[in-house]
Design a protein around this ligand. Structure first.
Ligand SMILES: Cc1cc2nc3c(=O)[nH]c(=O)nc-3n(C[C@H](O)[C@H](O)[C@H](O)COP(=O)(O)O)c2cc1C
Length: 356
């Protein structure tokens, strides 16, 4: 295996919103680049320069760096001064060791391949303080993790998740993305992307219900009966009973958000390795970003402003700080839960001949 083969494998395992896997690995001569795959995902998920995409790309960078350390290779990543969505290269490096002879079995057990999303209930057991301290100590120049174990604060955050989620279930664009990314039954095996409903903690009949409301016209009609309230309540309940939640906080901007994504991924990998399950909740940061971008529907703007203000207070955010991601964490009640699949490598890679 070459170094680029191994990097691509590590990149493939990265988490992304709705498992959209928006990346494309391009190899031209000895240059290895990570790009947005506009052809495959544009208008189907977050845009190339969206906050959620930057977070995933940061997570991808963390995977690549962890793999480089594993195979004892140092790479110099180059980043664009400002990210250009029309030429969406996030970063690249020269692979001088392109022909490294790496044995697949040597790195296949790396913990980055076992990291996964867990959406089921947790045990009541608390997280040991030394694990919490290690999470907090991972702080970087641009991002930090705040661990909350106080029950009242956890309940307050759950309530904000509920409020943000209510906005989300009334927003056509987000609902249509979700509808398009849901995978039922064998579909998940066939497409190897999207949100496999078997990875969600749904009650009996839940899958059918999800299929029914995945059409925006139906959801919109059902919202007159309060379906958005019910769905957001269901969404936020697991946060309320979590033994701990983690907020990833940092600065706004391309490199800064990549850095937050790296921290998020590093914490996620470490916690999973120690048997602690992680369930990301993006809905609050998403609504805060949408509000900043002016894309929250008019009739929901006041609610979004309330969510943003209350979240900033709860997390004690400084003026220049932004909330990147929320994790619900705890010891799992279920083992070997279904994992999301990944697209085959030929869909994620593009090798450009040197003379083109
Ligand atoms: C930026 C980002 C946002 C995410 N938001 C959520 C979320 O709000 N709720 C959720 O259950 N999972 C969320 N996820 C988890 C993804 O759905 C998950 O990573 C993806 O389906 C792949 O599954 P895996 O993590 O098990 O590999 C998010 C992941 C990322 C990177």
């Amino acid at each position: 295996m070459t170094l680029s083969d191994i990097l691509i494998k590590a990149g493939q395992a990265t988490p992304s919103a709705d498992n959209s896997q928006p990346w494309l690995f391009v190899t031209k001569a000895s240059t290895f680049s990570v790009m947005y795959d506009s052809k495959r995902v544009l208008n189907k998920t977050f845009k190339p320069d969206a906050h959620a995409t930057y977070l995933s790309i940061g997570a991808l960078l963390e995977n690549l760096n962890q793999m480089c350390r594993e195979v004892k290779v140092t790479l110099q990543w180059n980043f664009p001064e400002t990210f250009n969505p029309d030429n969406p290269v996030y970063f690249e490096a020269q692979l001088k060791e392109g022909n490294l002879n790496i044995n697949e079995a040597e790195f296949a057990n790396h913990p980055l391949f076992s990291r996964h999303t867990y959406r089921f209930p947790f045990q009541k057991k608390q997280i040991p303080s030394q694990i919490i301290d290690a999470v907090v100590a991972k702080k970087t120049e641009y991002a930090k993790a705040v661990v909350i174990t106080d029950n009242n604060k956890i309940r307050d955050m759950a309530s904000l998740v509920k409020d943000a989620s209510q906005i989300r279930f009334q927003t056509q664009e987000i609902h249509e993305w979700l509808g398009r990314s849901l995978r039922f039954g064998k579909q998940a095996m066939q497409t190897r992307d999207g949100l496999d409903v078997a990875t969600l903690d749904l009650p009996p009949g839940g899958s059918l219900f999800m299929r029914f409301i995945s059409d925006w016209r139906r959801m919109k009609a059902m919202n007159f009966l309060g379906t958005h309230k019910f769905m957001s309540w269901v969404d936020s309940m697991p946060v309320k009973s979590a033994p701990a939640i983690i907020a990833i906080i940092g600065q706004a901007g391309f490199r800064e958000t990549l850095s937050a994504g790296q921290l998020m991924q590093s914490i996620w990998i470490d916690l999973n390795e120690q048997g602690i399950a992680v369930h990301p909740y993006y809905v609050v940061p998403d609504q805060m970003n949408r509000l900043k971008d002016g894309v929250v529907p008019k009739d929901l703007q006041q609610q979004a402003e309330q969510v943003s203000k209350q979240t900033r207070n709860l997390l004690d955010l400084q003026e220049n700080e932004v909330f990147h991601m929320l994790f619900r964490v705890g010891y799992p009640t279920k083992n070997n839960t279904k994992r999301s699949l990944r697209l085959p490598l030929d869909k994620l890679c593009n090798t450009i001949p040197t003379n083109s």
